[in-house]
Design a protein around this ligand. Structure first.
Ligand code: F6R
Length: 591
């Protein structure tokens, strides 16, 4: 019933429907199981069209772009539970049909609110939590739009960014723990969950703070807090390049983003000198260092910890953001928390930062979206500089995070890592991408019937084994498990038999000899072994070659590339859509 979605509102001089459809397409990566729009048509009536499917499909079926009017709101939905049905799609209307609402987040107390509103005579038409917002606004609209929003926000528990459109043409929104941004154009306003929603129309943005309410009526834009007091929020100019999200010559965003890594890793390694200095100084001064993230970003945290220990002799604790309550219990005023997040909007990550901050810690952010909530609450943040990542599975943002972790470690260790601007791994990545595609594509075709894959890696390769397994699961829907190779004999060896497939990360570094003996143990049980290495070995049934690295610590950023490619091509072999894996959303802004 809860949703995790993109929202957009427009009030201006242009025809709103094509703008809303275009914006929703740009933000579809955030959630994509249903779509809907509410418009005030030229005759002053409220029209809602909504249905299940992707934006293009729903627009084709319902002719959303043809709706008339210059005021409207739109939504794409990603249901975490509760059905994907036309009636659960947003916008949700109040009984009178004079108010419609789109919402991103979770209303935790919706059951009691729904019961109360039903008793008061409201009739609900969906199973969503979001619909209560429309009915709450309706109950209070007699006091005016501003008061209706304030009263509504006072009653809601949970997280939300919502936008409502009213029959008189007013658009209003409020936010609590979910992003909401206003786009200021020459001839109108946008209200969106993401700057990508309006960036093709204006680069002027107002980032609403938590507990802000914005009302755009026929006269002006007003922003005030939940107590009704006016607040001033600056207009920020956002970078136009954030809006470049064309697939170009590639069949999918995921393939484009895998290829982008030839360039993006270098962009991540090259950092603003001052921000880098402040970032590193904060770590140096800290009594204890924690690193947090979710999913792929957590895997980057694991490698970062190894790098800091090995080269800078700094001990860091890694904490999975969703486990932060216990994991951060010992954080104090002397601590620093490094939070890694592509989107900078992941609820678990923001929650862990909040916990650490409350206990007095300093916050260092590593983000890709520099306008994100994480960037804004960090004491210092560094950007992975990868450009928008649209494919739901993280690819270039991960290697960006690793490149940045190398750069920070290098500085903290007084240059021991010899990372420079990453030339060695930049060249190696270029080589892997340009040479291994035919081998990997063929391999993926042969693997499409496989049900279980084990990825083995030791030491700094273990985080990559975990990341490779995550990519395979997400993109090609195969059960895949990352195993610390040394743990094999402590249990997983029991699973090795004739039909088992193992991918071994075995570059020629300190882990090499042990990894090769693991390969023999696996082979002896009849399993198939794919080796990812700079050296061929007879124990492999298949070999994916990566270049030799002078700096052993750079193998992880290179060896993850074939795993991304394998996951992508396996998805194609299994007729899955690699850009939009089932049940997943790019930016998980709910807990
Ligand atoms: C994996 C993936 C997710 C994200 C995770 C954190 O391919 O995309 O596991 O890594 O949801 O997202 P961010 O980095 O935006 O905090």
């Amino acid at each position: 019933m809860d949703t995790l979605c993109s929202i957009i509102g427009y009030k201006g001089k242009q025809s709103a429907a094509p703008i809303l459809v275009d914006s929703l397409k740009k933000m579809e990566y955030r959630g994509y199981d249903s779509v809907g729009v509410a418009m005030i048509d030229n005759g002053g009536g409220m029209m809602v069209r909504k249905g299940t499917g992707k934006v293009q499909e729903v627009n084709k079926n319902l002719n959303i772009s043809d709706m008339s009017g210059s005021i409207g709101i739109g939504h794409t939905r990603w249901a975490t539970h509760g059905g994907v049905t036309d009636s659960n799609a947003h916008p949700h209307s109040a009984c009178s049909k004079d108010i419609a609402v789109v919402h991103n987040g979770i209303i935790e107390n919706y059951r009691e609110l729904k019961e109360e509103l039903t008793k008061a005579g409201h009739v609900f038409s969906s199973q969503t939590d979001s619909e209560v917002i429309a009915h709450l606004l309706e109950s209070n609209i007699g006091k005016g739009v501003k008061a209706a929003l304030m009263e509504t926000c006072k009653r809601l528990k949970g997280t939300y960014g919502f936008v409502a459109v009213f029959q008189d043409g007013t658009i209003a929104g409020a936010r609590f723990e979910e992003p909401l941004i206003i786009g200021v154009a020459n001839d109108g306003y946008f209200v969106s969950s993401d700057v990508l929603g309006f960036l093709q129309y204006t680069d002027k943005a107002i980032f609403l703070d938590n507990c802000d309410i914005a009302v755009i009526d026929n006269k002006k834009l007003e922003i005030f807090n939940f107590d009704g007091l006016p607040v001033a929020r600056p207009i920020t100019q956002v970078a136009w390049e954030l809006g470049e999200i064309d697939k170009g010559k590639y069949a999918h965003y995921t393939l484009k983003e895998i290829n982008d890594q030839r360039v993006t890793v270098a962009n991540a390694a090259r950092q603003d000198e001052q921000a880098m200095e402040r970032f590193c100084q904060t770590i140096k001064e800290a009594g204890s260092v924690y690193i947090t993230g979710s999913g792929t970003s957590y895997h980057a945290a694991l490698l970062f910890k190894h790098m800091l220990a090995r080269f800078a002799k700094i001990r860091a604790e890694t904490v999975m953001s969703s486990e932060a309550h216990d994991g951060l219990a010992s954080v104090d005023e002397g601590s620093v928390i490094i939070a890694i997040s592509q989107s900078g909007e992941t609820a678990d990550v923001l929650e862990s930062v909040k916990i650490a901050k409350k206990q007095g810690a300093k916050v260092l952010g590593i983000v890709n979206v520099v306008t994100s909530s994480l960037a804004r609450i960090s004491d210092v943040f560094l950007s992975t500089n990868c450009g928008p990542e649209i494919g739901v599975a993280a690819t270039k943002s991960f290697t960006g995070q690793l490149a940045l972790a190398y750069a920070v470690t290098d500085r903290l260790s007084g240059g021991k890592l010899k990372a420079g601007e990453g030339a060695e791994f930049v060249n190696a990545i270029e080589k892997v991408i340009s040479t291994s595609q035919p081998v990997i594509e063929k391999m993926a075709e042969g693997m499409k019937e496989v049900n279980d894959i084990y990825l083995l890696g030791r030491s700094i390769h273990y985080p990559i084994a975990l990341e490779g397994a995550l990519k395979l699961k997400e993109l090609s829907y195969v059960h895949a498990e990352g195993v610390a190779a040394g743990e094999l004999k402590h249990g997983p060896l029991a699973l090795m038999e004739k039909n088992t497939l193992v991918i071994l990360l075995a570059p020629q570094d300190a882990t090499y000899a042990d990894s090769i003996s693991n390969a023999h143990e696996i082979k002896a049980r009849g399993a198939t072994v794919i080796g990812i290495s700079d050296a061929k070995d007879e124990v492999y049934d298949h070999w994916i070659q990566i270049p030799h690295m002078d700096q052993e610590a750079f193998y992880p950023i290179v060896e993850v590339i074939p795993l991304q490619m394998l996951s992508y091509y396996m998805a194609l072999a299994k007729n899955a859509d690699p850009d939009y894996p089932r049940n997943l959303a790019k930016s998980v802004t709910v807990k």
